[in-house]
Structures are given as C-alpha cells and as structure tokens.
Design a binder for this molecule. Structure first.
Ligand SMILES: Nc1ncnc2c1ncn2[C@@H]1O[C@H](COP(=O)(O)OP(=O)(O)OP(=O)(O)O)[C@@H](O)[C@H]1O
Ligand SMILES: [Mg+2]
Length: 263
C-alpha cells in the first residue's frame, strides 16, 4: 500500500504526518518505507538524515537521475534505500539535487519513473509513505501517479479551506489522466484546537462540502510536535503516551482498521 501525503499549501503538516504515521506503521511491525520528495528534506532530517550525513549518490534524486540516459544495467531502487535507527523503518532520502534535476526530468517525460521504482520496492515493503513538496510540481505529480491513496492534511486555517477546492480539481484531473485507481482516502485535520471556535467551524464547512471524507481523529496542536522534530524522534518514540501520539495511533487505526494496535 502506497500512501502520499499531499497538500500544495505549505506548512500544513505533510512532513509531520508522513513521518509519524510511517513510524507508527513500523512500530506495529509493518516493513515501512518513507520517501521524501521535498527538496527541503524535512522528513529526512526528522529521521536523522540531513546535509551533514546525506548518503552520497544514494538519494531519491540519484534514483531518478539514473533514469536519464540509457543504461544496460541500471541500479535497482533498493540501492537507494537506507535503514533508519528505528526498527522496520527505511528512508529514501531527499537531496538538494532535486531542484536542479526537476526540469530535466520533466523535459524527458520521466513522470512515471517513481511509480516504476515504487512498484519494485513494494515487493519488499508492506507500507510506503510519500512526503511531498508544497507545490503541484513534477515531484508531487509523480507521487500522486505512483500512489494508491492520498491523505490531505488540513491545518484549520481559512486559506487552507479555500485551497482544498483547487487541490481537489488538480487531483481529479491528474487521476483522470494518469492514475485512475488513486483514492482520496481522507482529509486529516491537523493543528486542531478544540477550545477555539474557528477550527470547528472550518471543519464543519469542509464536512458539508462532502467532496472528500474527513478522518474522525483530529490531531491537536501541541509543542510536542516541534520538540519531536528538534530531537529527530517521531512521537511514538519520543512520547508514546502523549495525547498527540494517541491521536496519531487512532488515525493509523482508521487507515488500518483490520489490524489490532499494539501501542
Ligand atoms: N499538530 C501539530 N502541533 C503543533 N505543531 C505542528 C503540528 N503539525 C505540524 N506542526 C508544525 O508546523 C510546522 C509545519 O509542519 P510540517 O513541516 O509538517 O508541514 P509541511 O506541510 O510538511 O510543510 P512544507 O509545506 O514546508 O513541507 C512545523 O514547525 C511543525 O512542527
Ligand atoms: Mg514538509
């Protein structure tokens, strides 16, 4: 199962949600891969890989770069995957090279190459999560073409509500043209503040639109998230009994209803 976390709006929680769901998935015993397609590399950093220890020639950019040109024996996608310090959790890291590579990949029609690579990797991994950049660009389109399902973070902000319509229009067009099996699995309400009136109003308005289902679990706003990024420890490892961690576990259960939680 390949899930992409996408919203073209910046800062809504794509990286936080993809890393924390992937970490819970791994902790529950699923062999899990996180693919970081954002040149910012926030998910990679969160899982302990940044520019100081970026594996040379072994990032998602290198995987895509080797599809340019003709090779009699191209390296297999497995060679670009790295173990993390967390059991069952592997990473296909981002790299600053993604930005210079984008135009060349686009010009050479390489939009299906990520899908092909993930089809191969899916034989080895039970669950794949893909973090995307805050743009409807070559990489996020590649991810939406490669994925089975899409999760849409929503950060309870008025601008975000407006952005959902545009996002859905873009996604439906891409689905019709390139990936008819793509399922918009649901909107993940993030940075929810149950004490304030506006977040609930915005959530109710989204529900009334009825274009995509909303997950019942809402993720509260908590400083624990920033601490977790800073310590490069997903919440399930940093604070297993924290309320936000429980909410992530509940969200994970909504994704995997047939599996009994061990956390
Ligand atoms: N539930 C939450 N509670 C508190 N802070 C949060 C929560 N979710 C995300 N944040 C914070 O909001 C900021 C943006 O989150 P994140 O990087 O996950 O968003 P993003 O959509 O991946 O951003 P970008 O579009 O830049 O890739 C980060 O500082 C993160 O720590
Ligand atoms: Mg991000």
């Amino acid at each position: 199962m390949k899930r992409v976390v996408f919203n073209q709006k910046g800062g809504v929680g794509k990286s936080s949600i993809s890393v924390n769901l992937a970490a819970i998935s791994a902790a529950q015993g699923f062999k899990t891969l996180l693919v970081d397609l954002d040149v910012q590399g926030n998910s990679s950093h969160y899982l302990g890989v940044d520019e100081s220890n970026l594996p040379k020639d072994k990032t998602v950019a290198d995987l895509l770069k080797q599809t340019v040109g003709w090779f009699s024996s191209a390296p297999s996608p497995e060679q670009f995957v790295h173990a993390t310090q967390f059991e069952n959790l592997s990473l296909l890291p981002a790299s600053p090279a993604l930005s210079v590579l984008e135009r060349e990949l686009e010009m050479r029609y390489k939009i299906y190459k990520l899908r092909d690579a993930l089809k191969t990797l899916e034989k080895e991994f039970d669950r794949i999560y893909i973090d995307t950049p805050p743009n409807f660009n070559f990489y996020s389109k590649s991810a939406l073409i490669a994925a089975d399902r899409v999760l849409i973070p929503f950060d309870c902000d008025g601008f975000s509500a407006q952005a959902i319509d545009r996002l859905m229009a873009n996604m439906l067009e891409l689905k019709a043209d390139h990936n008819r099996d793509l399922i918009a699995e649901g909107i993940v309400v993030n940075q929810f503040n149950p004490q304030a009136k506006l977040p609930q109003t915005l959530v109710d308005e989204l529900k009334a639109q009825d274009s995509v289902p909303l997950f019942a679990t809402h993720l509260n706003s908590s400083v624990k998230m920033k601490e977790s990024h800073h310590q490069q420890l997903p919440l399930i490892h940093l604070a297993p009994s924290h309320k936000l961690t429980h909410q992530f576990v509940e969200l994970f259960k909504e994704l995997e209803p047939q599996h009994q939680s061990i956390v």
